[in-house]
Write a protein that binds this ligand. Structure first.
Ligand SMILES: [Zn+2]
Length: 112
């Protein structure tokens, strides 16, 4: 059974779905379903220790990471500033001093 969200205006539990909207029969408030679903689907990114990461955070690499197609290694303890979180296998887009743009996995970093 789908649980419908309570009315954001009057908190009534007797809301129902009407096409792309939710409708509250008590105060006649209507709001789009899309927004409610988008909020639930927002992905939460966490570092190796479960700390929530946000765009613009600074993280520290916790494991030597080989860079594909090169002999360089991102060393443990490397600080990565201003990360950008993306949806994908490698979920951090960033730029590392001396290496350049690359992608990391949240499971190999720690929030600084
Ligand atoms: Zn209402």
């Amino acid at each position: 059974m789908t649980v419908l969200p309570p009315c954001p205006k009057c908190n009534s539990e007797y809301t129902y779905e009407d096409g792309d909207n939710f409708v509250c029969p008590e105060c006649a408030h209507e709001w789009p379903k899309v927004a409610a679903e988008a909020v639930e689907e927002t992905k939460v990114f966490k570092d190796a220790f479960g700390t929530v990461l946000n765009d613009g955070d600074t993280v520290t690499v916790i494991k030597d990471l080989k860079i594909k197609g090169s002999s360089s290694v991102v060393k443990v303890g490397t600080k990565v500033k201003n990360i950008r979180l993306v949806d994908g296998d490698h979920d951090i887009d960033c730029k590392i001093d001396g290496i350049g743009a690359m992608q990391l996995k949240t499971e190999f970093v720690k929030k600084a």
